[in-house]
Design a binder for this molecule. Structure first.
Ligand code: NAG
Length: 493
């Protein structure tokens, strides 16, 4: 997070505390010169219709922020293209007038990736919401950028297939590809990086690129550089994603879930490592620290022991589940874990996972009226206990509220920092804490972001993480694809 961000008032704070003020101080200011603004709006309308272009303050404001604590940066105009041809035509106009292009999915990002920090045109993709080509027998599907993960899964309901990548929000799949998102199922099914086979992208000058070649969807290839991977995690800085071809999976015959508490963080993480080493194809293994489980208990009127806890889920045939479960129970027991509390039918599994899924709101309820910011470091598995223990000490020493929830199977965890955005001192303290945490992870060969992205606030940390040469190479790639620096400027690099 940049210090500049934290020094300025937060948009949402103003919403709450001074309704008469303009919520976003600069909302009536346009970055585009007024003569040009009218001309481009008319041109946009001739492409996407009057209903496909908005200059309204409310719409602009909705598109200037995500779910993070980053300040709202409204774009000058929001366009709602209905097809790749429209995206391309709109981009050509932006290119001609050198206007920034900011792709927008559902606005559920967590790192300020959609703010129009230099003004410009927001491309809201929500009207492009069709599932295009489903190949059941090949386990793949192609979707337009407005399709969300839940919409895809309800479309797939009767096919016996599903798409498992599950960030907390019902995000758009192309937005998830753009941020290289993941979630609780990644330990078994991988992140967006492993699950995108091809992308259709409109580049800054309006040309249309198919990263793996038009229509290609083979499960493997050795053909040339992996351009698909270059766009996964590019956060809108290289092009607008207009189609994604995704891998699908068979819905497992049976699923069972369990909860188990441990005497220490070390014991919970050791169990995780041993379960993975034993080759158990565990589908989810989530860690909640004592503070987090306490918050969940209060929020959902539950009574889990207040101790480091693992939430687990197993997918497979009934026979294979028996084996997976037996091995896991034995490992947990060897590490001092409590007896498993089980959930098998859909309803009780739902109830169990609700506690985990509500973690964010449970954390917020610890301090009503506050906002939350989730840190997102990821380290090699064996470093996890050390980094979690050091982080808990740091939180206590500085009197900060930050319950921990993590995708331990991936070495990725979040401190959900609950803070009062109007208390500048606290905001500064949280900022310093998140930087210390990121540097702690970097010192253990980890990353400053496992699944949320770099966005606005982690650009300095990215530089520290990959080094100046890698940054130079990234800048070179960016300059090749977007020489005028129009694609989501001010982000990532
Ligand atoms: C290329 O990258 C995509 C997206 O990250 C990935 O799904 C695919 O497996 C990669 N292909 C190869 C051949 O590595």
């Amino acid at each position: 997070m940049s210090t500049a961000l934290f020094r300025k008032p937060l948009c949402s704070a103003l919403v709450l505390f001074n309704k008469t003020l303009h919520r976003c101080p600069e909302k009536r200011r346009y970055a585009i010169k007024s003569g040009i603004l009218e001309r481009v709006v008319a041109a946009f309308q001739s492409i996407s219709g009057d209903a496909g272009v908005s200059l309204g303050d409310t719409v602009r404001e909705q598109h200037g922020r995500d779910e993070s604590v980053h300040r709202c940066h409204p774009p000058d105009v929001v366009v709602f293209p209905r097809s790749v041809e429209e995206v391309s035509a709109l981009a050509k106009i932006c290119h001609h007038h050198r206007l920034p292009i900011i792709p927008f999915g559902t606005g559920t990002g967590l790192e300020g990736g959609v703010g129009a920090v230099r003004g410009g045109v927001c491309f809201s993709m929500r009207k492009m919401d069709q599932v295009l080509d489903l190949h059941q027998e090949d386990f793949d599907v192609t979707v337009e950028p407005g399709v969300t993960r839940k919409a895809l899964n309800s479309y797939l309901r009767d096919t016996g297939l599903w798409f498992p990548v599950d960030p907390g929000a019902d995000a758009s799949l192309c937005g998830m590809a753009a941020t290289s998102a993941s979630g609780t199922n990644a330990v078994r099914y991988g992140t967006m990086r492993e699950n995108v086979l091809n992308l259709e992208v409109v580049l800054a000058d309006g040309t249309v690129l198919h990263t793996a070649g038009r229509g290609r969807r083979s499960r493997k290839t050795s053909a040339g550089y992996n351009l698909t991977n270059l766009f996964v995690g590019s956060e809108g800085t290289l092009g607008v994603l207009t189609k994604a071809t995704l891998r699908l999976y068979g819905i497992p015959e049976t699923m069972v879930s369990a909860v188990c508490s441990f005497p220490s963080v070390q014991a919970a993480v050791d169990s995780t490592v041993q379960v993975l080493q034993a080759g158990v194809p565990i589908a989810r293994i989530e860690f909640l620290d004592d503070v987090m489980i306490d918050a969940c208990n209060r929020f959902n009127s539950l009574s889990y022991p207040v101790a480091p806890t693992l939430f687990l889920e197993f997918h497979g045939s009934t026979r294979s589940l028996e084996e997976q479960v037996a091995i896991t129970e034995e490992i947990a027991k060897d590490n001092g874990g409590s007896d498993f509390s089980w959930a098998q039918d859909e309803e009780s599994r739902g109830r169990l996972w609700k506690a985990r899924h509500d973690a964010w709101y449970a954390a917020l309820a610890l301090r009503p009226g506050c906002k939350a910011y989730a840190t997102d470091v990821c380290v090699p598995l064996s470093c996890l206990p050390e980094v979690v223990v050091a982080t808990k000490k740091d939180l206590i020493r500085n009197g900060l509220t930050g319950p921990i929830a993590g995708h331990v199977g991936d070495g990725n965890f979040h401190c959900i920092m609950v803070l009062d955005p109007n208390d500048q001192e606290e905001v500064g303290q949280v900022h310093q804490f998140t930087e210390r945490l990121a540097r702690r992870a970097l010192a253990m060969d980890g990353t400053c972001t496992g699944e949320h992205g770099v966005g606005l606030g982690k650009r300095v940390l990215l530089r520290e993480e990959v080094g100046p040469l890698a940054i130079e190479v990234m800048q070179g790639l960016k300059a090749t694809l977007d020489p005028k620096n129009l694609m989501n400027p001010g982000k990532v690099l």
